[in-house]
Design a protein around this ligand. Structure first.
Ligand SMILES: Nc1ncnc2c1ncn2[C@@H]1O[C@H](COP(=O)(O)OP(=O)(O)OP(=O)(O)O)[C@@H](O)[C@H]1O
Length: 248
């Protein structure tokens, strides 16, 4: 079975510097894949390439059996790839509910929204996503008073309102408390039932907790792909990444 996302021999150069070098990986539908690797390995650049923010020098990206390599960023988003950035962009003066509604209204075109509103019901969808993101008790609170963790969950909820089939996340637990990290792990496990996830993450404890599959990048190339047990037992990964993590 082909992966929901397939990256084939991707390369990207900035001026004369090759930062992604013949990189390939595959993500199976309904799984959570963690993308790890040392600083500067090319993880964020890979996310930028998947979402069409930047274009590769060579190689191919296939999503749901469709070649999206040359497509515009908004077409890729509409095809079902959502992204949550590290820095939240919630509207602080609006309530949690209003933020979710705004995110919903940003998707596709207004006529489609109207149609979907009638068919599925915005309220029902909003309640489902608030439950998934653990924000049911916060719907009527102003986003500006949320904790750091709650703000991150709201952002996840906002991306989910656009119904992505694949959700990309950059270091989602940065700055969170232990309790918030545990709750985020639970949210991710639930999310996997409805979406496929690719998470860039440095915290190997969290990766161990959430990942079905781990992809290790090093100097723009694939170093290893496998289960967390396979990755942690891989001597090359230990040399270039995990050893460095343990020493930190
Ligand atoms: N627009 C750009 N112009 C030039 N070089 C860039 C550009 N964007 C990224 N790079 C370089 O590409 C390399 C990979 O960067 P990238 O941010 O993808 O790494 P990363 O694995 O996400 O690192 P980190 O874990 O530190 O976030 C780095 O050496 C970076 O300096």
């Amino acid at each position: 079975m082909p992966g929901l996302l397939e990256i084939h021999n991707l390369s990207k150069s900035f001026d004369a510097t090759k930062v992604i070098n013949d990189f390939s990986m595959e993500v199976t539908e309904g799984t959570l894949c963690c993308l790890v690797g040392p600083n500067g390995a090319g993880k964020t650049t890979t996310m930028d390439l998947i979402t069409g923010r930047i274009k590769p020098t060579s190689g191919k990206i296939v999503f749901a059996n469709e070649d999206i390599t040359a497509k515009h960023e908004h077409i890729i988003a509409r095809a079902g790839i959502g992204r949550k950035f590290q820095v939240p962009a919630v509207l602080r003066d609006m309530t949690v509910r209003q933020n979710l509604e705004v995110a919903y209204s940003r998707q596709t075109n207004p006529f489609w929204n109207l149609f979907k509103f009638r068919v599925t019901g915005l309220k029902q969808k909003l309640d489902e996503i608030a439950t998934l993101a653990g924000l049911t008790d916060r719907l009527n609170d102003r986003a500006g008073i949320l904790s750091h963790g709650e703000t991150q969950w709201l952002e996840i909820g906002m991306v989910l309102m656009q119904e992505p089939r694949l959700l990309l996340m950059d270091e989602p637990i940065a700055g969170m408390t232990e309790g918030e990290i545990e709750k985020t792990a639970r949210i991710f496990k639930d999310l996997r039932k409805t979406a496929t996830l690719v998470v860039v993450e440095h915290d190997m404890g969290f990766v161990r907790e959430i990942a079905d599959e781990v992809v290790v990048m090093h100097m723009g190339s694939l170093l290893a792909q496998g289960t967390i047990q396979q990755i942690e037992a891989n001597p090359r990964v230990r040399d270039v990444y995990l050893g460095e993590q343990e020493a930190a």
